[in-house]
Design a protein around this ligand. Structure first.
Ligand SMILES: *Cc1c(COP(=O)(O)O)cnc(C)c1O
Length: 403
């Protein structure tokens, strides 16, 4: 444990403070009088006595022993996420997938059963499909938008984990957090990357663990590869014990960048949501765009649910351009302000064409099962001016249509 020398350390902040204020004050573990987060690039720490070293080697969450166990810069990031999610504790990982695989492998053993939703980040889906069976872990996939589907698939005494993602890849399906949170028995986990802690707090709906790829909106500047899980002290301590053996700890450099990113997270996300709604409405008005998916639009199949559990519609918009595969390719090659790159949540607006990139190896019926059409585009809305973005997307659509 590190002590905060300031009389009004973030830990003593009134629970009534708004998230914007919390984002500024949090994550200052052991930073002393430095205003900016302090970078501890060290892999190891000097112990004055053998007893000190022994104490640190045997205490869960030690952050001044060896950096695979914990690191003060990383602790600052973990504290910030725990505070923004209303959690007792958090553990950071080297990536979002480090957090996903760490949680699954820390909590599940051979013979266990997992209920997971079908609409998942592709790597998470592969972990459940290809890796879990190798360890004798059985996985049932359900349609996460189907009411009661998660609970119906739970096998009492067998199911140890229920895993959901909302809003989900790539079509922004919204999962009912209250419904998943009400499931008793298994540990319930939500990958809330697309929402960030600004738009939704799954733990407040009874979910046990919330996971983020902090690589995305949380760090928010495409300068960190980072994951995190937050929940009760008991669950996080258990996961910590496995994580030390798994060996995918967060880099202090990335944790420092993420704490800097968190300072502006609420204001960035709100602005991106506003622009995303403007863009989604503009796209919906075009005849050469079909199936515009944005949780903030009344046309989204779970719009009411989204507005109940999210404070805005999110920073991503998914849509299909006319002209199939060729139309989609022409579109991503024609954007000038938006850029063609994988990832999301940063200041730069990004477009991806899943059918020719992330999901290129899937057969047409598998693509359809994932909700991905040949002309599907996923748009991560950045911080450029909304008018410039709308104009850019319009000219790229004109190009795509012209062939
Ligand atoms: C990116 C992402 C991940 C994986 O995170 P990495 O940091 O790339 O390992 C997991 N879930 C979702 C929803 C993501 O967008």
């Amino acid at each position: 444990m590190t002590t905060d020398p300031r009389p009004d350390g973030p830990g003593e902040d009134a629970p009534t403070l708004h998230p914007d204020t919390r984002a500024i004050r949090t994550g200052r573990v052991g930073d002393g009088t430095s205003l900016a987060p302090v970078l501890w690039p060290t892999s190891t720490f000097v112990s004055p006595t053998v007893d000190d070293a022994r104490r640190m080697a045997t205490s869960v969450g030690a952050d001044r022993f060896y950096s695979r166990y914990g690191n003060p810069t990383v602790s600052g990031f973990e504290q910030a996420i725990a505070e923004l999610e209303g959690a007792e504790a958090a553990r950071a990982f080297a990536s979002g997938m480090g957090a996903v695989s760490g949680v699954v492998l820390a909590l599940c053993s051979s013979g266990d059963h997992i209920v997971a939703q079908r609409q998942l980040y592709a790597a998470t889906q592969l972990l459940f499909q290809a890796v879990c069976p190798r360890f004798g872990i059985d996985v049932t996939f359900v349609d996460g938008t189907d009411p009661g589907a998660f609970a119906d698939a739970v096998r009492p005494g067998k199911t140890t984990l229920v895993f959901a993602e909302t809003p989900a890849n790539p079509k922004l399906d919204v999962i009912d957090l209250d419904e998943v949170g009400a499931i008793a028995g298994p540990v319930t986990v939500v990958d809330a990357t697309f929402g960030t802690p600004v738009l939704q707090q799954p733990l407040r709906h009874g979910i046990d663990l919330v996971i983020h790829s902090a690589t995305k909106g949380i760090a928010g500047h495409n300068d960190a590869t980072l994951g995190v899980v937050a929940g009760s002290r008991e669950l996080i301590d258990w996961i910590w014990g496995f994580a030390v053996l798994q060996g995918a700890p967060a880099s202090p450099y990335d944790a420092r960048n993420a704490v800097n990113g968190i300072r502006t997270l609420p204001i960035r996300v709100r602005h991106q949501c506003e622009t995303a709604l403007t863009i989604a409405s503009a796209l919906e008005a075009r005849p050469d765009v079909v199936d515009v998916r944005y949780p903030g639009l009344a046309s989204h199949p779970q719009h009411e649910l989204a507005m109940r559990q999210m404070s805005a519609g999110g920073t991503l918009v998914t849509f299909d351009v006319a002209g199939g595969l060729e139309g989609g390719r022409r579109f991503v090659e024609s954007v000038r302000i938006a850029q063609h790159a994988t990832s999301l949540g940063g200041p730069e607006t990004l477009v991806t064409h899943p059918a020719s990139t992330t999901h290129v190896n899937l057969l047409p019926d598998e693509l359809a099962a994932n909700g991905i059409g040949p002309g599907t585009i996923r748009l991560s809305v950045g911080l450029e001016h909304a008018g410039d973005l709308v104009a850019d997307l319009a000219q790229a659509l004109d190009h795509a249509a012209a062939g």
